[in-house]
Design a binder for this molecule. Sequence first.
Ligand SMILES: [Zn+2]
Length: 202
Amino acid sequence: MQGPSTITGADYQLLRSLHEEGVFEHVDIGEIKQDIVVAVLCADGHRFGDGYEHATCACGRNVHPLTKHGGALVLARDSPFARTHRKGVALHHDLTLLQDIENALGFKQTPHVLSFAHFPCAIANEHNLSVLDVLILHVQAKERLREEIPHCDARCLVHIDYLGHRTKRRFASYFLNRQKFFAWMQRHHPERLPELYGELAA
Ligand SMILES: [Zn+2]
């Protein structure tokens, strides 16, 4: 990994239209009224600091960060980087992250998790994931969290590095409104809805 990863102008156009159609929602300062939240973020050194700051603004207090390459996307059912091998040994990144989240919720006595996906993301680029692929994995990751840690209250956030594609501010974070995302998928990509509802894929 050299400089910051990038995505195309068409990708930014899609991200902008998701924002305009209400799929991405503004994050109010202090919206999550908790003393502390657990934030799952990609380790990307060009964007982690800003994402962490946005997580701090969302809860207005303290953030307990957990990082993985790809952030919460390793938890998704269809994640291409949830499990890898090193010298013949299987590495289960999804299981270690799940355990880290469960431990953090216990240590800090909070049910709140801010689950981040971000654009552009080097590991997503490495696996040729489109914007839509990443958003689908993001929703799948939240479903996995809900299944595996039932007392966890997770919200999906999207962090964007506009890299000159927007003039006001370089970075922004938004909540992903799942209902509006499903409706958007129904309008634009109904063929991929089964990926969001595992039971429909069977
Ligand atoms: Zn990343």
